[in-house]
Design a protein around this ligand. Structure first.
Ligand code: ZN
Length: 389
């Protein structure tokens, strides 16, 4: 029940310096420079970290937890993601989405997969809907799903400026945003619409219009994949000035062109004077990463993985960003966007989701809700049907 981490370099993600962290059950019970005195009768598991950095568990705000894909036929449907595909990447919280394939995948299966990951020790939520309109929902409306289903915190990923979208009108987008916003108010949940942005030349025009012509707060409109091409990134920098949270995708190597990496996108945001506390990075894990020619024919295919998140952290630090700053788009910024008040920071009373990094900033140990999932680079907890090979 009690775990004491001593001699830790604590990044909360702000750098707090050397100290110790006491975990009781699923929560952080103490964090500070003192070594807490504990009664001998208490059973405490003590770990001397030898000065290793301890950081908050990463929050992946966009993953296809049921598996995405399906663009090249039924056999291209990606299988559901296993527990350790997240934890081995230092991800302790995830938000599941449906994408292109919101027909053979349903909100029912997404919500159930979310519950499954929770049972296995991860913290998990999901959005209702998918690329298309009319939206797939469980209760019959996005508002109903957010209000009545505990894991559902918003709508997404709704596709815009993409040949795979439903080509929604401004009024349709506003109607959906209003549903999510009002349901968010009723529940204290995020109440956002997470927009999949495609490669189309219209880019973020519709979101610009939506913010200008409605009373809905800008934070409700949350575009992702904004780094997939340069014009879109420049539009995102302009849109951010309205107060939106902007999400970049950590594409794997070989899938960045013609866009820019999430790390480079962050630097451009910072240099443009945008609010860097409103910049987040997600993996698109389990989603397909297709490229199409002008006839809409598939020319390339890949699958996103959460590992690109810690890789992006390393890249950011390599580009000269201090670790405490580089952590924010992967931890506290995401928690703020999603209103996950007990996530994304290390502090007393917060959930015990943390990652211990090695000398190369690689993921060495991972604790999710107070339980070890990775120890010394080894996965120690697996999903029910995961191979141990
Ligand atoms: Zn997408």
């Amino acid at each position: 029940m009690l775990t004491l981490l001593t001699n830790a370099e604590i990044f909360a993600p702000d750098l707090l310096g050397s100290g110790s962290i006491l975990i009781a059950g699923e929560k952080i019970a103490y964090l500070g420079t003192e070594l807490p005195a504990l009664q001998a009768a208490l059973e405490v598991s003590v770990h001397d970290l030898g000065g290793a950095p301890v950081v908050p568990g990463l929050i992946d705000g966009h993953a296809h937890i049921t598996g995405g894909g399906g663009e090249t036929g039924a056999s291209s449907r990606v299988p559901p993601l296993h527990l350790s595909s997240f934890t081995s990447a230092g991800v302790t919280s995830v938000v599941g989405v449906l994408g292109t394939d919101d027909l053979t995948r349903s909100t029912e299966s997404l919500v159930t997969q979310t519950y499954g990951l929770r049972e296995e020790g991860l913290s998990a939520w999901c959005h209702t809907g998918g690329y298309h309109i009319p939206m797939t929902t469980l209760t019959g409306s996005a508002r109903g799903d957010i209000v009545f289903l505990d894991p559902v915190i918003g709508v997404g990923e709704l596709a815009l400026s993409d040949h795979r979208s439903s080509q929604p009108t401004l009024n349709e987008v506003l109607r959906i945003a209003s549903e999510s916003h009002v349901a968010g108010l009723m529940t204290g949940k995020a109440g956002i619409v997470h927009f999949h942005m495609g490669d189309g030349p219209r880019g973020l025009e519709m979101l610009e219009q939506a913010i200008k012509t409605s009373e809905i707060p800008a934070r409700v409109f949350n575009p992702t994949h904004v780094n997939r091409n340069r014009p879109l990134l420049e539009q995102a920098i302009a849109l951010a000035r309205h107060g939106c949270f902007i999400d970049a995708t950590a594409f794997p190597d070989g899938h960045i062109d013609p866009g820019v990496s999430a790390a480079d996108a962050y630097l451009e945001f910072r240099e443009a004077g945008c609010r860097i506390d409103r910049f987040t990075i997600s993996s698109d894990g389990g989603g397909c990463l297709p490229a199409f020619d002008s006839d809409g024919r598939l020319t390339r295919f890949g699958v996103g993985v959460s590992q690109t998140l810690p890789d992006t952290l390393t890249e950011l630090v390599g580009l000269g960003v201090p670790l405490e700053e580089a952590l924010a788009p992967l931890t506290c910024n995401v928690a703020d966007l999603l209103k996950l008040h007990h996530k994304g920071r290390l502090a007393v009373g917060m959930d015990a989701d943390l990652v211990i990094l090695d000398g190369d900033l690689g993921v060495r140990d991972v604790m999710a809700r107070g339980k070890w999932h990775m120890q010394d680079h080894q996965t120690v907890r697996r999903g029910m049907y995961e191979s141990t090979k």
